[in-house]
Design a protein around this ligand. Structure first.
Ligand code: DNO
Length: 348
Protein backbone atom coordinates (compact mmCIF):
# COMPACT_ATOMS: atom_id res chain seq x y z
CA UNK A 1 0.00 0.00 0.00
CA UNK A 2 1.39 3.35 -1.00
CA UNK A 3 -0.05 6.21 1.02
CA UNK A 4 -0.90 9.30 -0.99
CA UNK A 5 -2.59 12.66 -0.55
CA UNK A 6 -4.49 14.90 -2.90
CA UNK A 7 -2.94 18.29 -3.60
CA UNK A 8 -4.59 20.96 -5.73
CA UNK A 9 -1.35 22.53 -6.95
CA UNK A 10 0.57 25.64 -5.97
CA UNK A 11 -2.60 27.53 -4.98
CA UNK A 12 -3.60 24.87 -2.46
CA UNK A 13 -3.39 26.20 1.11
CA UNK A 14 -2.43 22.67 2.14
CA UNK A 15 1.19 22.80 1.03
CA UNK A 16 3.53 20.02 -0.02
CA UNK A 17 5.72 20.87 2.98
CA UNK A 18 2.81 20.13 5.30
CA UNK A 19 1.78 16.99 3.46
CA UNK A 20 5.26 15.45 3.63
CA UNK A 21 5.16 15.67 7.42
CA UNK A 22 2.32 13.17 7.58
CA UNK A 23 3.99 9.87 8.50
CA UNK A 24 4.43 7.30 5.73
CA UNK A 25 3.49 9.72 2.95
CA UNK A 26 4.60 8.35 -0.41
CA UNK A 27 2.85 10.09 -3.29
CA UNK A 28 1.05 13.24 -4.27
CA UNK A 29 -2.17 12.95 -6.22
CA UNK A 30 -2.67 15.99 -8.41
CA UNK A 31 -3.50 17.34 -11.87
CA UNK A 32 -2.96 20.22 -14.27
CA UNK A 33 -5.86 22.52 -13.46
CA UNK A 34 -5.55 25.41 -15.88
CA UNK A 35 -6.45 23.59 -19.11
CA UNK A 36 -10.09 23.36 -20.27
CA UNK A 37 -11.60 19.87 -20.09
CA UNK A 38 -10.73 17.89 -23.21
CA UNK A 39 -7.61 19.79 -24.25
CA UNK A 40 -4.01 18.62 -24.25
CA UNK A 41 -1.86 19.27 -21.22
CA UNK A 42 1.47 20.93 -21.95
CA UNK A 43 4.78 19.19 -21.39
CA UNK A 44 5.99 22.23 -19.42
CA UNK A 45 3.08 22.14 -16.94
CA UNK A 46 3.34 18.39 -16.38
CA UNK A 47 7.09 18.41 -15.85
CA UNK A 48 6.92 21.54 -13.65
CA UNK A 49 4.35 19.77 -11.47
CA UNK A 50 6.51 16.66 -11.32
CA UNK A 51 9.55 18.71 -10.28
CA UNK A 52 7.66 20.52 -7.53
CA UNK A 53 6.36 17.27 -6.09
CA UNK A 54 9.70 15.51 -6.30
CA UNK A 55 11.59 18.47 -4.86
CA UNK A 56 9.33 18.12 -1.84
CA UNK A 57 10.54 14.54 -1.46
CA UNK A 58 7.33 12.91 -2.69
CA UNK A 59 6.45 10.75 -5.71
CA UNK A 60 4.54 11.95 -8.76
CA UNK A 61 2.79 8.77 -9.86
CA UNK A 62 -0.96 9.34 -9.61
CA UNK A 63 -3.08 11.84 -11.52
CA UNK A 64 -6.60 12.70 -10.41
CA UNK A 65 -8.18 13.48 -12.77
CA UNK A 66 -7.74 13.68 -16.48
CA UNK A 67 -11.37 14.69 -17.01
CA UNK A 68 -13.34 13.19 -19.87
CA UNK A 69 -14.95 15.69 -22.24
CA UNK A 70 -18.76 15.65 -22.29
CA UNK A 71 -18.73 14.93 -26.07
CA UNK A 72 -17.08 11.56 -25.34
CA UNK A 73 -19.77 10.70 -22.81
CA UNK A 74 -22.46 11.87 -25.22
CA UNK A 75 -20.90 9.97 -28.13
CA UNK A 76 -20.90 13.04 -30.36
CA UNK A 77 -19.03 12.99 -33.68
CA UNK A 78 -16.49 15.41 -32.20
CA UNK A 79 -15.48 12.79 -29.63
CA UNK A 80 -12.61 11.43 -31.72
CA UNK A 81 -10.69 14.68 -31.45
CA UNK A 82 -11.11 14.67 -27.67
CA UNK A 83 -10.09 11.01 -27.48
CA UNK A 84 -6.94 11.87 -29.43
CA UNK A 85 -6.17 14.59 -26.91
CA UNK A 86 -6.84 12.17 -24.08
CA UNK A 87 -4.40 9.70 -25.59
CA UNK A 88 -1.79 12.43 -25.96
CA UNK A 89 -2.22 13.20 -22.26
CA UNK A 90 -1.81 9.53 -21.33
CA UNK A 91 1.42 9.31 -23.34
CA UNK A 92 2.78 12.52 -21.85
CA UNK A 93 1.94 11.44 -18.29
CA UNK A 94 3.53 8.05 -18.94
CA UNK A 95 6.72 9.81 -19.99
CA UNK A 96 6.61 11.79 -16.76
CA UNK A 97 6.52 8.55 -14.75
CA UNK A 98 2.81 8.53 -13.90
CA UNK A 99 1.50 5.03 -13.11
CA UNK A 100 -2.21 5.59 -12.47
CA UNK A 101 -4.82 7.96 -13.87
CA UNK A 102 -8.08 8.42 -11.98
CA UNK A 103 -11.08 9.68 -13.97
CA UNK A 104 -14.83 9.38 -13.96
CA UNK A 105 -17.63 8.93 -16.44
CA UNK A 106 -20.42 10.83 -14.66
CA UNK A 107 -22.57 12.98 -16.95
CA UNK A 108 -22.14 16.71 -16.24
CA UNK A 109 -21.75 16.53 -12.48
CA UNK A 110 -18.93 14.98 -10.55
CA UNK A 111 -19.51 14.23 -6.88
CA UNK A 112 -22.65 15.83 -5.53
CA UNK A 113 -23.55 16.97 -2.04
CA UNK A 114 -26.45 19.14 -0.94
CA UNK A 115 -24.65 21.04 1.81
CA UNK A 116 -20.94 21.62 2.25
CA UNK A 117 -20.80 22.81 5.84
CA UNK A 118 -23.21 20.84 7.97
CA UNK A 119 -22.25 21.30 11.62
CA UNK A 120 -21.98 17.91 13.31
CA UNK A 121 -22.61 17.16 16.99
CA UNK A 122 -18.92 17.55 17.87
CA UNK A 123 -18.75 21.06 16.36
CA UNK A 124 -16.84 20.02 13.25
CA UNK A 125 -18.48 20.48 9.87
CA UNK A 126 -18.84 18.11 6.98
CA UNK A 127 -20.32 17.54 3.55
CA UNK A 128 -23.73 15.92 3.49
CA UNK A 129 -26.29 14.64 1.01
CA UNK A 130 -29.84 15.05 2.21
CA UNK A 131 -32.51 13.71 -0.11
CA UNK A 132 -35.01 16.44 0.79
CA UNK A 133 -32.45 19.13 -0.02
CA UNK A 134 -31.65 17.50 -3.35
CA UNK A 135 -35.30 17.49 -4.37
CA UNK A 136 -35.30 21.26 -4.00
CA UNK A 137 -32.19 21.78 -6.15
CA UNK A 138 -32.65 22.64 -9.80
CA UNK A 139 -29.37 22.98 -11.67
CA UNK A 140 -31.06 24.74 -14.58
CA UNK A 141 -32.52 27.59 -12.56
CA UNK A 142 -30.81 27.75 -9.17
CA UNK A 143 -27.36 28.97 -8.24
CA UNK A 144 -25.36 25.80 -7.88
CA UNK A 145 -22.29 25.48 -5.79
CA UNK A 146 -21.32 21.84 -5.94
CA UNK A 147 -17.90 20.66 -4.83
CA UNK A 148 -16.78 18.84 -7.98
CA UNK A 149 -18.56 21.24 -10.25
CA UNK A 150 -17.08 22.54 -13.51
CA UNK A 151 -17.89 26.21 -12.97
CA UNK A 152 -17.24 27.08 -16.61
CA UNK A 153 -20.85 26.17 -17.50
CA UNK A 154 -23.15 29.08 -18.23
CA UNK A 155 -26.91 28.62 -17.73
CA UNK A 156 -27.30 28.33 -21.52
CA UNK A 157 -24.55 25.76 -22.02
CA UNK A 158 -25.91 23.73 -19.13
CA UNK A 159 -29.37 23.71 -20.69
CA UNK A 160 -27.86 22.62 -23.98
CA UNK A 161 -25.96 19.73 -22.38
CA UNK A 162 -29.03 18.64 -20.38
CA UNK A 163 -31.02 18.57 -23.62
CA UNK A 164 -28.34 16.47 -25.28
CA UNK A 165 -28.57 13.94 -22.43
CA UNK A 166 -32.26 13.41 -23.18
CA UNK A 167 -31.04 11.07 -25.94
CA UNK A 168 -28.63 9.21 -23.67
CA UNK A 169 -29.98 6.45 -21.50
CA UNK A 170 -27.84 4.09 -19.45
CA UNK A 171 -27.29 1.67 -22.36
CA UNK A 172 -26.10 4.47 -24.61
CA UNK A 173 -23.72 5.67 -21.89
CA UNK A 174 -22.29 2.13 -21.63
CA UNK A 175 -21.76 2.12 -25.37
CA UNK A 176 -19.93 5.44 -25.24
CA UNK A 177 -17.79 4.30 -22.34
CA UNK A 178 -16.89 1.13 -24.25
CA UNK A 179 -15.90 3.16 -27.31
CA UNK A 180 -13.65 5.37 -25.19
CA UNK A 181 -11.99 2.44 -23.40
CA UNK A 182 -11.35 0.49 -26.59
CA UNK A 183 -9.49 3.51 -27.91
CA UNK A 184 -7.38 4.30 -24.87
CA UNK A 185 -6.57 1.01 -23.11
CA UNK A 186 -4.22 -0.33 -25.83
CA UNK A 187 -2.19 2.87 -25.42
CA UNK A 188 -2.17 2.43 -21.64
CA UNK A 189 -0.84 -1.09 -22.11
CA UNK A 190 1.89 0.21 -24.37
CA UNK A 191 3.04 3.01 -22.05
CA UNK A 192 2.31 1.21 -18.75
CA UNK A 193 -0.21 3.66 -17.30
CA UNK A 194 -3.19 2.15 -15.49
CA UNK A 195 -6.63 3.73 -15.76
CA UNK A 196 -8.72 3.72 -12.59
CA UNK A 197 -12.33 4.81 -12.99
CA UNK A 198 -13.90 6.55 -10.01
CA UNK A 199 -17.36 5.29 -9.09
CA UNK A 200 -20.31 7.60 -9.41
CA UNK A 201 -20.87 9.60 -6.28
CA UNK A 202 -23.56 9.11 -5.17
CA UNK A 203 -24.09 5.86 -7.10
CA UNK A 204 -27.55 6.62 -8.48
CA UNK A 205 -29.01 8.84 -11.19
CA UNK A 206 -29.30 12.50 -10.23
CA UNK A 207 -31.12 15.40 -11.87
CA UNK A 208 -32.45 12.93 -14.44
CA UNK A 209 -28.93 12.13 -15.71
CA UNK A 210 -27.82 8.50 -16.01
CA UNK A 211 -25.09 7.03 -13.81
CA UNK A 212 -23.64 3.56 -14.40
CA UNK A 213 -20.55 3.02 -12.22
CA UNK A 214 -22.70 2.24 -9.25
CA UNK A 215 -22.80 -1.38 -8.06
CA UNK A 216 -21.18 -4.80 -8.29
CA UNK A 217 -23.09 -5.90 -11.36
CA UNK A 218 -22.07 -2.76 -13.20
CA UNK A 219 -18.46 -2.90 -12.00
CA UNK A 220 -18.28 -6.46 -13.39
CA UNK A 221 -19.68 -5.22 -16.66
CA UNK A 222 -17.24 -2.32 -16.70
CA UNK A 223 -14.19 -4.53 -16.18
CA UNK A 224 -15.29 -6.79 -19.02
CA UNK A 225 -15.72 -3.91 -21.48
CA UNK A 226 -11.97 -4.22 -21.95
CA UNK A 227 -10.64 -7.12 -19.96
CA UNK A 228 -7.17 -5.79 -19.25
CA UNK A 229 -5.58 -4.94 -15.92
CA UNK A 230 -4.98 -1.48 -17.36
CA UNK A 231 -8.73 -1.00 -17.24
CA UNK A 232 -9.17 -0.79 -13.50
CA UNK A 233 -10.85 0.88 -10.59
CA UNK A 234 -10.47 3.65 -8.09
CA UNK A 235 -12.41 2.01 -5.33
CA UNK A 236 -13.91 4.87 -3.38
CA UNK A 237 -15.42 3.42 -0.21
CA UNK A 238 -17.51 6.48 0.52
CA UNK A 239 -19.01 6.72 -2.97
CA UNK A 240 -20.07 3.10 -3.35
CA UNK A 241 -20.63 2.80 0.38
CA UNK A 242 -23.26 5.47 0.82
CA UNK A 243 -25.94 2.92 0.02
CA UNK A 244 -26.54 -0.30 1.92
CA UNK A 245 -27.04 -2.03 -1.45
CA UNK A 246 -23.26 -2.20 -1.84
CA UNK A 247 -21.23 -4.46 0.44
CA UNK A 248 -17.98 -2.53 0.44
CA UNK A 249 -15.81 -5.11 2.16
CA UNK A 250 -16.92 -7.70 -0.37
CA UNK A 251 -16.23 -5.35 -3.29
CA UNK A 252 -12.78 -4.41 -2.00
CA UNK A 253 -11.94 -8.06 -1.44
CA UNK A 254 -13.24 -9.23 -4.80
CA UNK A 255 -11.64 -6.58 -6.99
CA UNK A 256 -8.33 -6.40 -5.14
CA UNK A 257 -8.04 -10.20 -5.42
CA UNK A 258 -8.52 -9.74 -9.18
CA UNK A 259 -5.74 -7.11 -9.23
CA UNK A 260 -8.12 -4.55 -10.70
CA UNK A 261 -8.00 -1.91 -7.93
CA UNK A 262 -5.18 0.52 -8.63
CA UNK A 263 -6.24 3.31 -6.34
CA UNK A 264 -8.20 3.33 -3.08
CA UNK A 265 -10.11 6.30 -1.71
CA UNK A 266 -10.76 5.57 1.93
CA UNK A 267 -13.39 7.48 3.83
CA UNK A 268 -16.41 6.82 5.95
CA UNK A 269 -20.04 7.86 5.63
CA UNK A 270 -22.97 7.66 7.96
CA UNK A 271 -26.05 6.39 6.16
CA UNK A 272 -29.28 7.84 7.52
CA UNK A 273 -32.67 6.18 7.64
CA UNK A 274 -34.11 7.82 4.55
CA UNK A 275 -31.03 6.97 2.45
CA UNK A 276 -29.39 10.36 2.94
CA UNK A 277 -25.82 10.39 4.21
CA UNK A 278 -23.27 12.48 6.06
CA UNK A 279 -19.52 12.30 5.61
CA UNK A 280 -18.01 11.26 8.91
CA UNK A 281 -14.57 10.88 10.47
CA UNK A 282 -12.60 7.93 9.11
CA UNK A 283 -12.74 5.99 12.42
CA UNK A 284 -15.19 3.10 11.81
CA UNK A 285 -17.56 3.72 14.74
CA UNK A 286 -18.18 7.27 13.46
CA UNK A 287 -19.86 6.05 10.28
CA UNK A 288 -21.48 3.05 8.60
CA UNK A 289 -18.36 1.48 7.08
CA UNK A 290 -15.91 -0.92 8.71
CA UNK A 291 -12.54 0.54 7.78
CA UNK A 292 -10.61 -2.23 9.54
CA UNK A 293 -12.42 -4.89 7.51
CA UNK A 294 -11.74 -2.91 4.32
CA UNK A 295 -8.03 -2.67 5.12
CA UNK A 296 -7.92 -6.33 6.11
CA UNK A 297 -9.30 -7.33 2.71
CA UNK A 298 -6.65 -5.23 0.97
CA UNK A 299 -3.93 -6.66 3.16
CA UNK A 300 -5.04 -10.24 2.57
CA UNK A 301 -4.82 -9.64 -1.17
CA UNK A 302 -1.40 -7.97 -0.85
CA UNK A 303 -2.63 -4.67 -2.22
CA UNK A 304 0.35 -2.68 -3.46
CA UNK A 305 -1.48 0.14 -5.24
CA UNK A 306 -2.02 3.71 -4.08
CA UNK A 307 -4.41 4.73 -1.33
CA UNK A 308 -5.46 8.13 -0.18
CA UNK A 309 -7.51 9.23 2.78
CA UNK A 310 -10.50 10.79 1.13
CA UNK A 311 -12.55 13.76 2.27
CA UNK A 312 -12.20 14.99 5.79
CA UNK A 313 -14.41 17.14 7.95
CA UNK A 314 -13.31 20.65 8.81
CA UNK A 315 -11.97 20.52 12.34
CA UNK A 316 -10.02 22.78 14.70
CA UNK A 317 -11.32 25.89 12.98
CA UNK A 318 -9.72 25.07 9.65
CA UNK A 319 -11.25 26.66 6.57
CA UNK A 320 -10.60 25.85 2.93
CA UNK A 321 -11.72 23.63 0.09
CA UNK A 322 -14.72 21.54 1.26
CA UNK A 323 -13.59 18.01 2.04
CA UNK A 324 -9.95 18.81 1.40
CA UNK A 325 -8.56 20.43 4.53
CA UNK A 326 -5.33 19.17 6.04
CA UNK A 327 -6.20 18.11 9.56
CA UNK A 328 -8.95 15.55 9.23
CA UNK A 329 -7.41 13.96 6.14
CA UNK A 330 -4.11 13.70 8.01
CA UNK A 331 -5.92 12.00 10.88
CA UNK A 332 -7.44 9.64 8.31
CA UNK A 333 -4.00 8.80 6.88
CA UNK A 334 -2.62 8.13 10.34
CA UNK A 335 -5.57 5.92 11.24
CA UNK A 336 -5.15 3.87 8.05
CA UNK A 337 -1.39 3.63 8.65
CA UNK A 338 -2.08 2.30 12.13
CA UNK A 339 -4.43 -0.36 10.85
CA UNK A 340 -1.96 -1.37 8.14
CA UNK A 341 1.01 -1.58 10.51
CA UNK A 342 -1.03 -3.74 12.87
CA UNK A 343 -2.03 -6.07 10.04
CA UNK A 344 1.58 -6.33 8.88
CA UNK A 345 2.83 -7.22 12.35
CA UNK A 346 0.06 -9.68 13.07
CA UNK A 347 0.94 -11.41 9.84
CA UNK A 348 4.53 -12.10 10.80
C1 DNO B 1 -14.02 13.87 -4.94
C2 DNO B 1 -13.24 13.08 -5.87
C3 DNO B 1 -13.80 13.11 -7.27
C4 DNO B 1 -12.84 12.45 -8.21
C5 DNO B 1 -13.33 12.37 -9.61
C6 DNO B 1 -12.40 11.55 -10.44
O1 DNO B 1 -13.57 14.21 -3.91
O2 DNO B 1 -13.07 11.81 -5.42
O3 DNO B 1 -13.99 14.43 -7.65
O4 DNO B 1 -11.65 13.15 -8.23
O5 DNO B 1 -14.58 11.87 -9.68
O6 DNO B 1 -12.56 11.92 -11.74
Amino acid sequence: MKMSFRWYGPDDGVTLEKIRQIPNMHSIVTAVYDVPVGEKWSRESVFALKKQVEDAGLHFEVIESVPVHEDIKLGRPTRDRFIENYIANIRLLGEAGVKVICYNFMPVFDWTRTQLDKVLADGSNALVYYKDQLEKMDPLTGELSLPGWDSSYTKESLKEVFDAYKEIDEEKLWENLGYFLKAIIPVCEEVDVKMAIHPDDPPWNIFGLPRIITCEKNLDRFLKLVDSKYNGLTLCTGSLGCTLNNDIVHLVDKYSAMGRIHFMHVRNVKILEDGSFEESAHFSPCGSLDVVAIMRALHKNKFDGYLRPDHGRMIWGETGRPGYGLYDRALGATYVNGIWETLEKLDR
